[in-house]
Design a protein around this ligand. Structure first.
Ligand code: IMP
Ligand code: MG
Length: 247
């Protein structure tokens, strides 16, 4: 009994060490390697090596996080992207958006509730200086699929957006239906240009029009349903710090 509890103490402190030391260390190592590889790739017009490194990192994370699955309403979700990787990607996305807006006066940042709240909190804190932020709520999802019809619970006014560049912060662009509805409303109210900064997009082509550019922090290679980091399954799981996947 005594030695068993000692063993389980040892196991949990080992897991804690893995979490606090190994994951951040691996994340830093992989992102450093990725930067080097990306420089190499762009110098020689190559691609894909950094994708392979990222896939390797994701595999490693899943192997030693296997005991951390969660069940939500009877469905099993397993770790996919650790919070360290998300933080890395968000920092890079924030720099890309700031570079795009170098000569833009008074851009408006709009957070799409509910799903984008956690991503937006991290993203906005990566920006330099003060920006104006508003919140809207457009919903289309029911359970694990898009319902096709869009509900608008909180909207912007024309005076907020007329003549301005608007940066939309979203958790995930899936079919693109929700985003298209919002972007069309923004352009209809006279927005000059729209930048979509989304944590995730699916691996497909979206067309939102000439005045719109989309910048995903990460592209999901398949259609798997994910939760965590603000994303929910039927109202649950938004609090999970890592991205978990239902396979
Ligand atoms: P779309 O209109 O099909 O692009 O759906 C976008 C919205 O659906 C997102 O803002 C999310 O709230 C939700 N959504 C899409 N895929 C997922 C997922 O894998 N997990 C959780 N929510 C999702
Ligand atoms: Mg959303």
């Amino acid at each position: 009994m005594h030695s068993k509890s000692k063993r389980s103490n040892f196991a949990s402190s080992t897991n804690e060490r893995l979490d606090k030391v190994m994951v951040p260390w691996m994340s830093g190592l992989v992102s450093g390697l990725q930067n080097r590889v990306q420089q190499f790739e762009s110098a020689r017009n190559l691609s894909k090596t950094s994708d392979i490194l990222e896939s390797f990192f994701i595999c490693m994370t899943r192997i030693y996080s296997m005991n951390k699955e969660v069940y939500i309403k009877g469905k099993k979700f397993e770790p996919l992207f650790p919070k360290e990787l998300l933080a890395e990607k968000i920092g890079k996305l924030a720099s890309i958006i700031e570079d795009e807006l170098t000569n833009t006066k008074n851009p408006l940042y709009v957070v799409m509730l509910n799903g984008a709240f956690m991503f937006a909190a991290d993203f906005l804190r990566c920006l330099n200086g003060s920006v104006e932020t508003k919140f809207v709520r457009y919903t289309s999802y029911s359970g694990m699929s898009s319902s096709g019809s869009i509900n608008k619970d909180a909207q912007l006014k024309e005076v907020d957006v007329k003549g301005r560049v608007v940066v939309v912060l979203e958790d995930i662009v899936d079919t693109g239906g929700t985003m298209k509805a919002f972007v069309d409303d923004l352009l209809g109210m006279g927005a000059d240009r729209v930048l979509i900064a989304t944590m995730f997009a699916r691996d497909k082509s979206y067309s939102f029009g000439d005045k719109v550019s989309m910048h995903p922090a990460m592209v999901l290679k398949d259609d798997a349903f994910i939760v965590g980091f603000g994303l929910d399954y039927d109202g649950e799981g938004r609090n999970l710090p890592d991205i978990m996947v239902h396979l």
